[in-house]
Ligand binder design. Structure first.
Ligand SMILES: NC(=O)c1ccc[n+]([C@@H]2O[C@H](COP(=O)([O-])OP(=O)(O)OC[C@H]3O[C@@H](n4cnc5c(N)ncnc54)[C@H](OP(=O)(O)O)[C@@H]3O)[C@@H](O)[C@H]2O)c1
Length: 259
């Protein structure tokens, strides 16, 4: 049966993407989830792509590096701890990155958490903690590296929002509001960064079968896997640089089919 652990295609579908010598940052790559597959797809792309994948703590970052290095044909990989809820950690990461690279071609703001509760039951502490990661941490990091993008007059920022940020639903106040915020700020960044040649794309996945919010063990081949989001990003990168894909939603085509 198809499973997320299937080997990477050495030559992904979006064959026009030239990542030679490009520097990439992917946040929240520690789990075998969306961030991991985005990082792994870019790592598998070739020896000249330098991928910086972040995890919340040093131990997980080191484990992540070892795993990414095991991918067939792996290119340059660095790892670094980054806790988006901690402003000191964000500043330390951005400072380290800027000292080390001074270039950034692709930033994937992936890290995010969920919290579901109905109005009347919302724990405001948990709401603030979620916004610290999903919104404030994402802005803080991008704010610190945006000067690199502007100086280069090129680059790509992918903000991972959600279809939850497109349509409200029961228990969605906190999570949906954070993803709506990501969609809104993505539009602001497009207005600000397009004149500098920088592409900002907001990616809104529907349900993806990761361990998100403890939902382990899902493996329906008709529903989205993390690798599908990685391939979506590669498809956007494969477009001519004159074109901008401002926002996209991605759904499973026939998720009702049970195999
Ligand atoms: N799965 C879905 O159905 C779905 C649908 C639409 C959108 N999304 C969005 O896609 C993104 C990735 O989701 P996923 O399904 O891959 O979730 P996941 O498996 O829970 O992975 C989330 C990642 O974010 C990291 N993270 C959590 N808190 C962090 C913090 N304070 N600082 C830095 N990193 C932190 C996690 O690191 P740790 O390992 O340290 O916890 C993990 O690497 C999220 O933004 C999510 O909202 C997911």
């Amino acid at each position: 049966m198809w499973h997320w652990t299937r080997p990477f295609r050495r030559q992904p579908r979006a064959a026009r993407v030239d990542m030679t010598g490009k520097s990439v940052v992917v946040t929240g790559a520690s789990q075998h989830s969306i961030g991991y597959f985005v990082a792994a797809t870019l790592v598998a792309w070739g020896a000249d792509t330098v991928v910086t994948a972040t995890a919340r703590c040093e131990t997980m970052a080191n484990a992540l590096r070892t795993e990414l290095e095991g991918i067939d044909g792996a290119g340059g990989i660095t790892e670094h701890p980054l806790d988006l809820a901690d402003a000191t950690s964000v500043a330390a990461f951005a400072g380290w990155y800027r000292r080390r690279c001074n270039e950034l071609h692709v930033l994937v703001n992936n890290a995010g958490v969920g919290y579901l509760a109905e109005i009347g039951d919302i724990d405001m502490g948990r709401m603030r903690a979620l916004f610290d990661i999903n919104v404030f941490g994402l802005v803080d990091l991008t704010n610190r590296v945006a000067p690199l993008l502007k100086a280069q007059q090129s680059g790509y920022v992918f903000n991972i929002a959600s279809t939850s940020g497109m349509k409200g639903a029961k228990t969605g106040t906190v999570y949906a509001a954070s993803k709506w915020a990501v969609r809104g700020l993505s539009q602001c960044w497009q207005a600000e960064l397009r004149p500098h040649g920088v592409h900002v794309t907001c990616v809104c996945p529907s349900e993806v079968q990761t361990d998100w919010m403890g939902r382990t063990g899902r493996n329906n081949p008709n529903k989205l896997y993390a690798v599908d989001i990685a391939e979506t990003i590669m498809a956007a990168l494969a477009m001519q640089s004159r074109a901008l894909w401002p926002e996209l939603a991605i759904f499973a085509n026939n998720p009702w089919k049970e195999d």
